[in-house]
Design a protein around this ligand. Structure first.
Ligand SMILES: *Cc1c(COP(=O)(O)O)cnc(C)c1O
Length: 405
């Protein structure tokens, strides 16, 4: 008899986006002429940089000739891309990362989900609340969740509330935790940590022999000086942190798929005898066994992000989204709403007015303004009383939506 992974039966269906779709569909059916603007999308809309397209066209042609054809590539990624990452994303910021600490892959979602393969089941996980659901659900699938509570939280996962009251800065855990997921700039709140605030976490992890899983998918949106682009800008972080980066939000690769994970050789975990072991060879072993590399064509596209033309185009696209975020921020602030994020992030996190719940305010915006947002409660209990607006729409639609408000 085949037994299934029981944990899958315990994980609730992802209710958030299906519930949004259901409510939007119902409204559209009742009001077919409504001009609905979507400010809830978590996907980019601007096309890929021309530099990337040109590089990928060239790579396609190479694949069509016997002399330049490439089959299986290195599981860790091609040197041409790993070298660019080391030079532009790290050395340029004074961070020393070597090529063999960089693992190119097909998504930060997959990597943040898969990293648990090399970590013991017994680890106590800590996440911020609200949270990117991937961190929680993948741990629940593996059996690290414990029991699901009525509020939708797992009793074996430690949740760190991030709200206006604490400036969206998580407090250090009151009990010992082993693995800490941090995502900055944050999805969904759009807020960041300063170097000093992030250092508190690096120091905690050092002292407690814990591991930080740092998701920097929105790094390219950082505009303020004191906000670290990489956790390795903090002294000692290479011993306690793994960093995830992605070309998805940076360069529009959400459908093209390319990302990378940095596992420094100095980054340690402990075996059952308490002996220190480097995680780098473990992740290498994991990738070599379960992953056969990101396509050559795609890696050539990602490499072009670092060309002069590519960097200029990426900068323009990010500026376009950040301009939208500013439009949203300014319009909502002028209306007296309390808003957060949107400065180093494509996300604006807004407090719902006069004590209405996330879903009540979602319904109000849908029905009276024909604007679709994302209810904060869908990201965790501390997201209740907030909604998320994204800057990924067109400027025209963003302006129109804000005019309606
Ligand atoms: C969009 C996003 C990613 C990127 O995921 P990919 O799989 O690389 O497209 C990672 N983390 C967070 C928090 C995100 O919102």
């Amino acid at each position: 008899m085949v037994h299934l992974n029981q944990h899958f039966l315990e994980i609730p269906e992802t209710y958030l986006f299906s519930e949004i779709a259901k409510r939007v569909d119902a409204y559209k059916k009742a009001n077919p002429e409504a001009n609905i603007i979507r400010m809830g999308i978590g996907d980019v809309t601007r096309p890929l940089p021309e530099a990337c397209i040109e590089a990928m066209h060239k790579a396609v042609d190479e694949m069509g000739k016997a002399e330049t054809f490439r089959g299986y590539g290195p599981e860790q990624g091609y040197d041409f891309l790993r070298e660019k990452i080391v030079e532009f994303d790290y050395a340029a910021r004074g961070v020393k990362i070597s090529k063999d600490e960089v693992f190119v892959s097909d998504g930060a979602k997959s990597d943040t989900g898969n990293i648990g393969d090399i970590l013991a089941l017994a680890n106590k996980i800590a996440v911020t609340d609200p949270v990117y659901p991937v961190y929680v659900d993948t741990n629940a699938m593996a059996g690290r969740g414990g029991k699901l509570k009525e509020n939708g939280c797992w009793d074996n996962i430690y949740y760190m509330p991030c709200m206006a009251e604490n400036g969206f800065v998580p407090a250090l855990p009151a009990e010992a935790v082993d693995v800490i997921y941090l995502c900055y700039p944050n999805n969904p709140t759009g807020t960041t940590l300063t170097k000093e605030q992030l250092k508190v976490w690096v120091d905690y992890a050092t002292e407690h022999k814990a591991l930080i899983l740092f998701d920097a998918a929105y790094e390219a949106f950082i505009t303020e000086k004191d906000v670290p682009h990489s956790i390795y800008e903090i002294e000692g972080a290479e011993k306690v942190a793994i960093e995830f980066r992605s070309y998805s939000k940076t360069a529009g690769f959400t459908g093209t798929r390319c990302s990378y994970t940095v596992v420094p050789k100095a980054c340690m975990a402990y075996d059952k005898n308490g002996r220190e072991v480097s995680l780098n060879p473990l992740w290498n072993r994991r990738q070599c066994t379960k992953f056969n590399g990101t396509p050559y064509i795609i890696q050539r596209g990602a490499e072009a992000v670092y060309s002069e033309k590519g960097m200029a185009e990426v900068k323009d696209t990010i500026a376009y989204y950040l301009e939208n975020a500013k439009i949203i921020r300014n319009a909502l602030s002028a209306k007296g709403y309390e808003v957060f994020g949107g400065i180093n992030s494509p996300y604006v996190w807004m407090k719902t007015p006069s004590g209405s719940t996330s879903w009540e305010f979602f319904d109000y915006l849908l029905q009276s303004k024909n604007i679709v947002t994302t209810p904060g409660a869908g990201f965790g209990p501390s997201g209740e009383g907030y909604i998320r607006l994204t800057a990924f729409s067109t400027k025209e639609k963003t302006l129109e939506a804000m005019e309606r408000i």
